[in-house]
Design a protein around this ligand. Structure first.
Ligand SMILES: [Zn+2]
Length: 102
């Protein structure tokens, strides 16, 4: 019988993403290693130069961390959204400093 403390499996909690503004979006697990992809959950769509709402341009992948899950090394890849301001043409990436500094 399961312990009353057991909860549904949650990759965000398992990879220590809780409280970092991140959520897991995929996994690729092989015999030698694993890769977990995730994205930021907080929007960051307003231009840091003029405050106008930017237009999403796509995403870039950034390797952020290694975890050791049991014996298997696991790499965390962040999909970071990029934006461009329609007013001043400033280009920026979604703020991931909270996760990067953890
Ligand atoms: Zn702007």
């Amino acid at each position: 019988m399961d312990s009353p403390n057991f909860k549904m499996p949650d990759l965000d909690t398992f990879c220590l993403l809780d409280g970092l503004g991140l959520t897991a979006t995929g996994q690729d697990v092989t015999a030698s290693h694993g890769v977990i992809t995730y994205r930021g959950i907080d929007p960051d769509e307003f231009c840091r130069e003029c405050g106008v709402e930017g237009v999403p341009r796509g995403t870039v992948v950034r390797r952020l961390a290694y975890l050791r899950v049991g014996w298997r090394p696991t790499i965390l890849h962040a999909r970071v959204r990029t934006y461009r301001c329609i007013e001043c043409r400033h280009v920026w990436r979604q703020d991931m400093t909270q996760a990067a500094s953890a």
